[in-house]
Every structure is written in C-alpha cells, then in structure tokens.
Write a protein that binds this ligand. Structure first.
Ligand code: PHE
Length: 357
C-alpha cells in the first residue's frame, strides 16, 4: 500500500512531539478514531483484491498497533514528567527552621513564687490562701489594728464602695497577706506551719512600689515555737533562695499583730552600685516579723496560754528584683516583659532554634 511509510513517520513524529495529554488525545482521534486517517485507510482494504489485501492488511494492522503503542508510551512519559515537575515544585525542605512562634513564658514573679514555695515546702510548710477582697475585720481588726490605728492610713488602703444607705464597713483590697493568718487559724487551729503567697494592694506608685504587688506570709504555731526558730527558718530560706550563705539581722520594730516585732535585714554589699546578697558588711531591709500577738491568736480562736508562734511577711517582687537584678518594679507589671531579658532573666531566654526572631 502506498504512502504507509510517510503515514507512519508523520504520526510517530507528531506523537513524539506532543507536549500534553490533550494534544495526544486529538492525535489519537485524528489517526485511529472512526474517521481517523489510519482507520480510513483500513476501510480501503475492502475495495482491494485479496492479494493486495494480504499485503496491506498486516501492514496497516502493524501500523495501527505501532501508533497505539506510541500513544500509550507517550502518555506514560507525559504523566511521569508531570509528576517530576510536581515533585520539584512541591518539594519540602524539612531541614528549614520552623516558622517563628510567639513565645510564652512564666512570669518572673510567678517563677519566684514557685521557688519560694518549693523551699518552704522542703521545710515542711504547706500553702494557704485567702481572698484578695477582704473584710475590714480580717485585714485590720482581727490583726489588732483598730479603726483609729494609724496603720490603716499608712497602708494606703483601697476601699470598695457600699450602696447608698448600707452602713456596714466597706470591703478592702487586702493590704497584706496577714489576714490569711486569721483565716487559717480559724479553719485549722494549731499547731500549724504555713506560708500564704499572693497579691496585695496599696495606693502607691514609684520605682519600688506598684498598686498591686506580692507578699508571702509565714505562720508557725506550736507549744514552744520561738524567735530562734524564726531566725533559723529565714536564714535557711534566704540561703537557699539566693544560693549563698546569707546572714540576717533582727531590728526591734512595731507591727500591731506581733509582740515582740522585728524587721529583718539580710547581709549584702552595695559596692560598685549593685546589690550583692550574702557578701559585704551592709544590710538590706527585707521583711517584717515577730511573735504572733496573743490578741491575734484569740481572734483566730486559738488559746494563747497554750500556743505561741511566729509570723513574717515579705515582698516577693522585692526578692525577685534582687535575685534577677531588675531595677524597676514597674517592669514587672506595667511594661513590656521583653525588657526583662535585658536583665538576664533566665526564664525568658528563647530556645536557640528561635534565636534572632
Ligand atoms: N503584714 C506586714 C506588712 O505587710 C508584714 C508582717 C507580717 C509583719 C507578719 C509582721 C508579721 O508590712
């Protein structure tokens, strides 16, 4: 049959050059479809003599098979190439650093509270809590601070308002953690060995005062608890907290809820303009303490002829600033915490993988 070679070459070339499956399909229809070029040639077989047909038939069938095979092969080749292209385009580099995420960390004051709690827990103390909005009774009266006492004014108390005509004394935002002493005595009696960490409030604002700050109260009651026990507990605590042996100095002082009362200083050095705890010959005032006043024990329904003990109250923010070298208390609550990194606060270090973010 004439022209079969050209036909063969022309279809194989076109199929070889096809660049997508759509074109291949068009070629298949144009060559092998009902009215395709090769199909039409097959129809001519009918008009041939048997001898001619015997030559042309197998040749045409072979051509048809060859073109079919070329179409199938090319289709597979295109699919492979498409997959390769996708693999290239959608390749994922799993060694790339992850996208930066905002880092959350525990607040330095919370961390210090946990440190404090852990150290006291080692000495057998458990944790007590009380409300931040207190009654006048628990915050003052039960602690031997009567209405006329100057301590009420000195504490810069925040008072809540009562409705018009309601003459009960207003609630207060607790000015110290000492009311937890009374609540705990009432609920659990003596003996006891607790700390009460938490928020307290006073209307005051400067470099070392914020209207909300944190204290930890200590209360230990027993039949023969003395100030010697207080001194040991505090030195043990400060040494563990600051990681150096810390001496304490007791100065007689007055708080209505203790008798005798003492302010406690810790040994430090102010040399070179920075405070170093546990070295030098200077002293830094750090807390108030004393032997619980018999009237306070009575307010807590404890028999003062049977039990006695000590109490202390210290500022948590203060010792956090000292330990981590933070100069301004307001940085804790009123500023961007990232500033704390400048003071080398370890808890705020970013893991290396996110460094520079
Ligand atoms: N509550 C006192 C204050 O806030 C501290 C203190 C507690 C003093 C317990 C003595 C005993 O200043």
């Amino acid at each position: 049959m004439d022209g079969l070679d050209e036909l063969r070459k022309s279809w194989l070339d076109r199929i070889g050059g096809a660049s997508d499956e759509g074109t291949l399909e068009e070629f298949r229809v144009a060559a092998l479809g009902k009215k395709g070029e090769i199909s039409l040639k097959m129809r001519e077989l009918g008009k041939m003599t048997p001898d001619e047909r015997q030559v042309a038939g197998p040749a045409l069938n072979a051509l048809k098979d060859e073109v079919n095979a070329a179409l199938t092969a090319k289709k597979a080749g295109l699919a492979d190439a498409a997959l390769d292209a996708r693999l290239q385009a959608e390749w994922l580099d799993v060694t790339l650093p992850s996208r930066p995420r905002r880092q959350g960390t525990i607040h330095p004051v919370s961390q210090v509270m946990e440190e404090v709690t852990a150290i006291f827990a080692d000495m057998g103390f458990s944790v007590a809590e009380g409300p931040q909005i207190e009654t006048d009774f628990y915050n003052f009266d039960a602690l031997n601070i009567p209405g006329h006492h100057p301590a009420r004014a000195e504490m810069d108390t925040f008072y809540t308002h009562r409705a018009e005509g309601d003459n009960r004394p207003p609630h207060v935002l607790r000015t110290h953690t000492s009311p937890v002493q009374i609540r705990h005595m009432e609920a659990h009696g003596a003996p006891c060995r607790i700390i009460a960490p938490g928020r307290v409030y006073r209307a005051d604002y400067d470099q070392t005062h914020t209207p909300m700050f944190h204290q930890v109260e200590g209360l230990v009651l027993g039949e023969d608890i003395s100030m010697a026990n207080l001194k040991w507990v505090l030195e043990e605590f400060y040494s563990a907290f600051f990681g150096v042996a810390v001496k304490t100095r007791f100065r007689a002082s007055h708080f209505p809820f203790v008798e005798p009362g003492a302010e406690v200083d810790i040994q430090c050095s102010f040399e070179g303009g920075t405070v170093k705890v546990g070295e030098g010959d200077d002293w830094l005032e750090i807390l108030g303490s004393g032997m619980v006043h018999p009237k306070v024990l009575e307010a807590g329904k404890i028999d003062p002829t049977k039990y006695q003990g000590f109490a202390f109250g210290m500022g948590i923010d203060r010792i956090a600033m000292l330990k981590y070298g933070i100069p301004d208390l307001r940085d804790f609550f009123a500023s961007d915490l990232r500033w704390l990194r400048h003071y080398g606060f370890g808890a705020l270090e970013i893991p290396a993988v996110h460094a520079g973010v």
